[in-house]
Design a protein around this ligand. Structure first.
Ligand code: MN
Ligand code: MN
Length: 422
């Protein structure tokens, strides 16, 4: 099936124009089926909350993008005001391609609201190395597919070498030097999140770049060896490059830990080994912060929403939230106070961003599970839900605001749901 056959919205404007030229009469045009094509177009784009039909889009448009963003094409009537965009797609980012893999990023320069966090997607082939490097901000990571070997050294020379697999996390605190290498059979693809909106993956402190910009006589003196030792240091950064696979894990761990031992708290974490924080008919959430992962200074929630499931209305009093949509489709409304609110649609590969204390929900609008992550530039996760706020406030007072009747208010669960339905 061609894209065109599969996509009524793209067809509608052209069809309408052709019919107009053929008919040469507005009356004939209406009779000949403009209303039918316009209706089909509107049906295709309408958000579930949009119950009026005053719009048509007769001019050419970006139909695939519109189809992905029904809540922008026809916003719910509850949306209002100038809330800036809080969505950007990695699909729009420049992809740097190298022999060992590729990478692309979404930063504050792409998504202006994302002042405190940035994200990177990276693919490494089997043997592909993300060069030994460090950066000012902390790096939190989620392995999306495949496997990789990570290495790091802490302030006391203690070593971390481990293999991470799909679903695993790692953390490299700011300034901690590290590397990532794709393993067999097909390397890895992963997501990196940084507690710095202005982060730039293309301007990190690289081992080769640094040594290339240090006088060879100083390198020789530093290590007490001849200058010729460094004759083959690459004249240009390696960044991402292809090499043979690493040696067996136990062997590399033993070698790296000589004299200092391993880091006291693992830089890697396996969410599959923990009990979900919450599981119910609406889905599942795992909240992972320093309370269960001592090495991390970045908190996260890994969320799966079943079709129809809702991440309940809530906000985070302590920090901004950076989101990545792993699979499925959903929508989110952010209320920004001052009568400003906007609803945007999300799909795999999209980034979302919510400023501290701005309330929001995420709804699965598709027919498959919606999987996304919430990441916070703080060691500890915090939230307040609408339901727990109302459940723990005198019911008379709340009823005086909302006129729902007190019996509804007394029935609200006294414990936070996180995901609904419960
Ligand atoms: Mn890094
Ligand atoms: Mn949230």
């Amino acid at each position: 099936m061609s894209l065109r056959e599969n996509d009524p919205p793209a067809e509608a404007p052209a069809l309408t124009r052709r019919k107009f030229l053929e008919a040469g009469s507005a009356t004939l045009l209406a009779a000949a089926g403009l209303s039918a094509t316009a209706t089909a177009q509107q049906q295709a784009y309408r958000s579930p909350d949009h119950h009026t039909v005053p719009e048509s889009q007769p001019a050419p448009l970006n139909a695939p993008l519109d189809a992905e963003n029904p809540n922008s094409v026809f916003a719910p009537p509850t949306d209002a005001g100038g809330q800036p965009p809080f969505k950007y797609s990695f699909s729009l980012s420049h992809k740097r391609q190298e022999a060992g893999g590729w990478t692309r990023q979404v930063t504050v320069r792409d998504l202006p609201i994302s002042r405190k966090m940035a994200g990177v997607q990276m693919r490494l082939i089997a043997g592909g190395v993300r060069e030994l490097h460090w950066h000012v901000g902390a790096e939190w990571a989620l392995m999306l597919t495949g496997s990789a070997r990570i290495t790091a050294v802490d302030q006391q020379g203690r070593s971390h070498v481990s293999d991470v697999h799909a679903g695993d996390l790692w953390i490299f605190p700011g300034g901690i030097p590290h590397s990532i290498q794709g393993l067999g059979p097909d390397g890895a693809e992963f997501l990196l999140v940084f507690d710095d909106g202005n982060f730039n993956e293309f301007e990190t402190f690289l081992l080769t770049d640094w040594l290339h910009h240090t006088p060879p006589s100083v390198l020789a003196k530093n290590f007490g060896v001849p200058e010729s030792t460094f004759a083959n240091v690459p004249p240009k950064e390696l960044f991402i490059f292809a090499r043979e696979l690493p040696r067996p894990l136990a062997e590399e761990q033993k070698q790296s830990e000589q004299g200092t031992g391993p880091v006291p708290h693992s830089f890697a974490f396996q969410p599959s080994q923990m009990k979900p924080t919450k599981t119910n008919p609406g889905g599942e959430v795992r909240i992972i912060d320093r309370s269960i992962w001592p090495a991390t200074n970045i908190a996260a929630a890994l969320v799966t929403l079943k079709p129809g499931g809702l991440r309940e209305l809530h906000w985070h009093p302590n920090e901004d939230e950076w989101q990545y949509y792993v699979s499925g489709t959903g929508r989110m409304t952010v209320f920004a106070a001052g009568a400003r609110a906007r609803t945007m649609d999300f799909t795999a590969g999209d980034v979302g961003y919510i400023e501290k204390s701005a309330p929001h929900y995420i709804e699965n609008t598709g027919t498959t599970d919606l999987v996304f992550i919430e990441v916070f530039p703080t060691p500890f996760y915090e939230d307040i839900s609408l339901a727990e706020w109302l459940a723990h406030t005198p019911t008379r007072l709340v009823d005086q605001h909302l006129a729902t009747g007190e019996s509804f208010l007394t029935q609200i669960s006294k414990k936070e749901a996180i995901i609904v339905p419960e």
